[in-house]
Design a protein around this ligand. Structure first.
Ligand SMILES: NC(=O)c1ccc[n+]([C@@H]2O[C@H](COP(=O)([O-])OP(=O)(O)OC[C@H]3O[C@@H](n4cnc5c(N)ncnc54)[C@H](OP(=O)(O)O)[C@@H]3O)[C@@H](O)[C@H]2O)c1
Length: 263
């Protein structure tokens, strides 16, 4: 993953996105940081530029669930004549709970961010990459995309979309010299669970954002179409593919009912 232009990272203010910014900056990439939290982005820009003096770091504070946000972002980078050689569609969130008890607006926003913004940004930035026959896109999905998950039904479905969409696009884009890869992290130590309304969560196989990003970059360097990070997550995805869906949903449902105290 040789730096050539800018890497645009969505959801760069925290967690996995922020870590992508640090690890790509260390490799010499100039970065465009995108998320809602203006203060966080400004601070991260300052920190990155202090550590890596030979790169440029720009911020775009915006809510990507706004219908025109992806097009506005694209226009901004076009007007500034910035060459985006790497797009990392990482911004996303989940929501735990019974489907009917999760706010309807919040579920729609999840679809808008996890799916609609990702598809639009991919459409906007892939075209110029294909014309130049260079560049890459990394879409952050989840192991949740490999099975229907009761009490996280919409989130898992959005990630299933990202897995399918990205794998199909890998084949189309590589005909034009562009690499598309999907990353499937398992539970990772970030704000994710808190934002999803799950409360404090940890388990022994949880990865750090640093591990997830290091594995992702390594996989991208090896031209992989998909990477599930962490040995136990890879094993889980393998097993999920072998088990009947009825069994998986029953077991996950029971476990989740206990976790979110529905029973
Ligand atoms: N952590 C996990 O266990 C885990 C597992 C599998 C997959 N993932 C996926 O990894 C990705 C990154 O999540 P994370 O774990 O790093 O969680 P996180 O720490 O909560 O970070 C989420 C990022 O998305 C940004 N974001 C949220 N809503 C946004 C919006 N409307 N517009 C623009 N940016 C928005 C947040 O910034 P602002 O709040 O500043 O907007 C933040 O930078 C997500 O797609 C998530 O689904 C996470």
């Amino acid at each position: 993953m040789q730096p050539q232009g800018y890497a645009l990272i969505t959801g760069a203010s925290y967690g996995i996105g922020e870590e992508f910014a640090w690890q790509l900056a260390a490799r010499g990439w100039s970065i465009i940081l995108v998320a809602r939290s203006q203060d966080r982005l400004t601070q991260l820009r300052t920190d990155l530029m202090a550590e890596y003096t030979d790169i440029d770091v720009l911020c775009a504070a915006m809510d990507l669930t706004a219908p025109d946000a992806p097009a506005e972002l694209f226009q901004k980078t076009k007007d500034a004549n910035l060459k985006i050689s790497l797009l990392i569609n990482n911004a996303g969130f989940g929501a735990f709970g019974e489907f009917t008890s999760i706010d309807r607006e919040r579920q729609r926003q999840m679809i808008d961010l996890n799916i609609a913004a990702l598809v639009e940004l991919t459409h906007l930035y892939l075209q110029p990459m294909m014309q130049r026959e260079e560049g890459g896109i990394i879409n952050v999905a989840s192991v949740a995309g490999f099975a229907p998950l009761p009490y996280s039904a919409v989130y898992a479905a959005t990630k299933a979309f990202v897995v399918s969409f990205s794998q199909a696009l890998y084949e189309e884009a590589r005909q034009h010299g562009v690499q598309v890869m999907v990353v499937n992290p398992g539970s990772t130590k970030t704000n994710f669970f808190e934002v999803a309304g799950h409360g404090a969560f940890s388990n022994s196989s949880m990865q750090t954002a640093e591990q997830v990003v290091a594995e992702s970059i390594r996989a991208f360097d090896h031209d992989r179409r998909s990477v599930t990070t962490g040995v136990s997550n890879r094993l889980m995805v393998l097993v999920l593919g072998l088990l009947p869906v009825s069994w998986v949903t029953a077991v996950v449902g029971k476990k989740m009912r206990r976790r979110i105290a529905i029973d």
